[in-house]
Design a protein around this ligand. Sequence first.
Ligand SMILES: C[S@@+](CC[C@H](N)C(=O)[O-])C[C@H]1O[C@@H](n2cnc3c(N)ncnc32)[C@H](O)[C@@H]1O
Length: 297
Amino acid sequence: MNHAKPFLKWAGGKRQLLNEIEKNLPPDISKTRQIDLYIEPFVGGGALLFYLLSNYSVKKSIINDINPDLILAYKIVKLYPEDLIKKLKIVKKEYLSLPYEERKEYYYNNLRNKFNELKINYSKPDTKLSIEKVALLIALNKTCFNGLYRQNNKGEFNVPIGRYKNPRILDEENVRRASTVLKNTQIFYGSYDSIKIPKEPKTFVYLDPPYRPLTAVGFTKYSKEDFNDKDQKQLAGYYKKLNKDRHYLLLSNSDPKDKFFDTLYKGFNIERVSAKRYINSKANGRGNINELLIKNY
Ligand SMILES: C[S@@+](CC[C@H](N)C(=O)[O-])C[C@H]1O[C@@H](n2cnc3c(N)ncnc32)[C@H](O)[C@@H]1O
């Protein structure tokens, strides 16, 4: 099988949690290692998506996210891996040949400003511009501070340069593998509740929304929109609606002290698992914390 992994670092990435998630897959899927339809409405970097596509027999999948640049990246990786690799090879060569001070200039002018100036019509994207935009997104993601994706209120990517000696701007083989495993994946941009979930049996829906912050200053801003308690409650309503359609549902979230999710998902199966977290830039945001896996099976 083709082993692909996420081609972007993404806040809330689930690589540290894959073991625990695998232990908590629907029993039917664990036994047969087959999934007829896999759906991930908040795909982010897609750690579980790539793991399942690489290690299970997944007939079809549907992914979605509200971040248009991220979704454009999935489409370009799927359809134009070689053109993307060509572009990234040039950036990689130029960037790595520079000393740190000059890399800074390159980062702000040739990557970040260019990325922000390159406007895409997301509903009808031009292929050539999209390949350029995605190459810049990947290069920024690998060279910026902590691999964050953050925008100011004008919608501009505003993360500063990170301090990497030898950033991995291009993993050529992984781009090719990702492209191959995505061949039966439909890719959508929008809010999670805008995707049509077919009533096919054995559909497995994994929901990984922005985490409810453990403290008031937690990181939940992925795009211009926030995901607050009201959104978490709406999502629970959506979960209950899908539950009626008898899909397999797995949702992950943080484990806040006030038992917010125990109340919201009363009657479902709530597992507490331990995970390493790296995205928080404060020292006390690292280390092992509990996360919740909420199942309807
Ligand atoms: C916790 S991350 C998912 C991380 C992912 N599982 C991974 O392994 O990288 C949450 C994602 O939800 C997206 N998002 C936020 N609000 C959304 C909404 N209303 N509908 C769909 N996606 C949304 C964010 O852009 C972000 O990529």
